[in-house]
Design a protein around this ligand. Sequence first.
Ligand code: TTP
Ligand code: MG
Length: 394
Amino acid sequence: MAGRTIMHIDLDSFFVSVEQVLNPELKGKPVVVGGKPDRRGVVATASYEARAFGLHSGMPLATAVRLCPEAIFIEGNFARYREFSRKFMAIINEFSPSIEPMGLDEAYLDVTGFESIHGSIRQMADRMKQRIRSELGLCASVGIANCKVVAKIASELSKPDGLLEVTPGEEKDFLAPLPVEKLPGVGKQTLKIIKGLGVYTVGGLSRMSPRALKTHLGSAGEMLYRFANGIDDRQVLPPGEAKSISRESTFGEDTRDLSYLEATLWVQSEKVGADLRKKGKQAKCVTLKLRYADFSTITRSRTLNEGVDTDRAIFETGIGLLERALAKEKQAVRLIGIGVSKLVEASRQTMLFAPSDRKLEELNKAIDSIRNKHGFDAIHTGRVVRLRDISFHS
Ligand code: TTP
Ligand code: MG
């Protein structure tokens, strides 16, 4: 995926900064949001003045007050943070319609080609930072790179009030000296395993063989290998452009009754199919999820040559996967779910449908329109009689 430009933007000490805007007396002081220090609980965030004393998110409040007794402790007001977050997202959304918000105070933007509007991507980032400062009173840090993972690390390293651009081609050199825990996805457990291999830097990780990483870390190992080498094909996905649609249900009692499992799968397929058609998409992959009585969980996927969006196609693919899975496993099932992914735009005009498929499509449309008007339960197809006691959650 050559030639993309990705921006990652993240507000500095977000909760605390909002408090400082609302009460300017707090500016320039060590401030902690998370609760009063006589309470149990942890630091949600600390101002950079407080971080100088070693305070950080997740630290017990009792420790924070010991390290920095003069810090001002605030309970916090989540509704206010949400309001600032909404305005922040609205500002960056004016710069690009294609943003992917991550939590309250950060977002990715695909800004490929935007230099023609702003002179350079750096200038674009400067303008965004200025607007956020003048309209919200908040400071943002920005990372610019050819992929998400490098852009995110760049914004983090540039903090506070930073702007760091990684020149295309220099991703690996930029990452190499960093400690491995800077890579997203490296939690405590993973870090322990990686250090056990004698690897401490991202550069060290990038020189491992991908096979060895897979052996020690499973599929996460493959991802970390790519990240360590500055390779990350993940797209910027605006909300609503979901990558997958799924439904799952947990049974009141574990079961191996095939007709019961099938009936559940049918209702789920109808819901997934309806969502898919509402979005105008078709799916090229169907995934079945099963959790057994001992809580072990498996997923089984089938990739299809053509995109599908009928309930029947989703259901039948799911049943095939179910039968194969149950043939290998004797335990009862406690959870079943079905999902679709690899979504593509529905392109009916160019597809040749067998007459029976076209009938199915019409049937689905008719059922969708009844349910849009009167709710999902307004109409039931034959398979759901036995399902009254299952509660669905998506
Ligand atoms: P972050 O962006 O991780 O942290 P931050 O904005 O406070 O500081 P900076 O980006 O400059 O390093 O998280 C955003 C907000 O999310 C943060 O202000 C408070 C909240 N948060 C928690 O409540 N608990 C946590 O463990 C973390 C990491 C964040
Ligand atoms: Mg932040």
